[in-house]
Design a binder for this molecule. Structure first.
Ligand code: NAP
Length: 335
């Protein structure tokens, strides 16, 4: 007997913040597997700021999601049927499985994970794509050295929280920028950052100057906009700026560039964009390292899990309002 699959599809290209009518909710039977395929029952769906960009028309690092297509998403679940020798029924897996209850995969990009090492949602978080982003973005692009000052924005989020913790592990000073007192308290008291700037209630440039008396050696940019400008103004000579994201601009019609970019010239500094997928062949190396740090109590992971596939449009907005506390995911089925 085939199962019924509930899905969320893109119905229209959003203008500004996405709204419920930009999505269509569909239900269809799960089809039979062909040779080489596996059926995954999805338990957790990753909600990522990048989803907003994938909904837009135009050239990017991946093609836009087509109108009528299932929303692209990373997800984690269990194999419930398999015609692929690499996967057995019961295996826990992650991959680009979409915003739906069941996904059929030919195994491409499907990764087996060990839920004895960490609970399944952590594989969408610190031991998954956001953790890899922090690891390679900071260590490969940012190249921090012990004693340097590392500043990261969206510091209480999935990527930013890991960036600051790795900076501390590497012997750097870590300064976070986050929205609200509670998030700032969290990154300092629970994650061990040296200081945090509450950009919603404090003057960013002035407060950063106080926390970074010798300037900023690495600014890991997750947000763009005015915060990027404030950080550029404080760069040290030879500073590195990994350009990870620009969430403050994802719902804007116009993409403004930084005003203070000449700071790069004056300081012989480097700003470099990167996409985590370019490091896919090294994920295993990073996962082993980070799992070790987690087991040693040096790296904490926090997930913010919202139940219900039908909440997708509103839950996604939490990323843009800052209502998420840690890696945002939707739970669609029990483990
Ligand atoms: P997240 O930090 O868990 O959630 C997004 C956070 O962004 C919100 O909680 C909010 O925190 C902050 N934010 C939203 N609007 C803002 C604004 N206008 N100004 C300042 N902060 C704002 O999300 P994430 O998954 O870790 O992603 C963080 C960034 O990394 C995003 O830009 C994303 O696109 C990027 N990313 C890039 C790659 C890559 O390969 N390059 C891969 C993954 C993610 P506050 O409450 O602190 O405002």
């Amino acid at each position: 007997m085939s199962s019924s699959n509930h899905q969320v599809r893109l119905a229209a290209r959003p203008v500004g913040m996405p709204k419920r009518s930009d999505f269509k909710f569909t239900e269809e039977p799960v089809r039979d597997l062909k040779p080489g395929e596996v059926l995954v029952k999805i338990q957790y769906i990753s909600l990522d700021p990048a989803m907003r960009g994938w909904m837009n028309e135009g050239r990017s690092y991946v093609p836009p999601i087509g109108i009528g297509e299932v929303m692209r998403a990373g997800a984690a679940g269990r194999v419930t049927a398999s015609k692929n020798d690499r996967f057995a029924v019961g295996d826990a897996v992650t991959g680009g499985l979409g915003v739906q209850e069941y996904a059929i995969s030919d195994g491409t990009g499907l990764i087996k994970v060990d839920t004895k090492v960490a609970p399944l949602p952590v594989y969408l978080s610190t031991l998954g794509m956001p953790g890899m982003t922090a690891y390679f973005g900071l260590l490969e692009v940012g190249q921090p050295k012990a004693g340097e000052t590392v500043v990261v924005s969206a510091a209480a989020g999935a990527v930013g929280s890991v960036v600051g913790q790795i900076a501390k592990i590497k012997g750097c000073r870590a300064i976070g920028i986050a929205g609200g007192k509670e998030k700032c308290r969290y990154v300092v008291e629970e994650l061990g950052f040296d200081a945090a700037v509450d950009y919603k209630h404090e003057p960013v440039a002035e407060t950063l100057r106080k926390h970074c008396p010798k300037g900023i050696d690495v600014y890991f940019d997750n947000v763009g906009g005015e915060i990027l400008d404030a950080c550029l103004a404080l760069l040290t000579r030879g500073a590195r700026v990994p350009l990870c994201g620009a969430i403050s601009r994802y719902n804007s019609k116009e993409m403004e560039g930084p005003k203070n970019y000449l700071s790069l010239l004056i300081n012989r500094a480097r700003m470099q964009g990167f996409i985590v997928f370019d490091y896919a062949d090294r994920y295993q190396e990073a996962a082993v390292q980070m799992a070790g740090w987690m087991m040693a109590g040096k790296l904490k992971s926090r997930e913010d899990i919202v139940p219900g596939l039908e909440t997708f449009p509103e839950t996604l907005l939490k990323l843009f309002t800052g209502e998420n506390n840690g890696k945002l995911a939707i739970k669609v089925a029990d483990e």
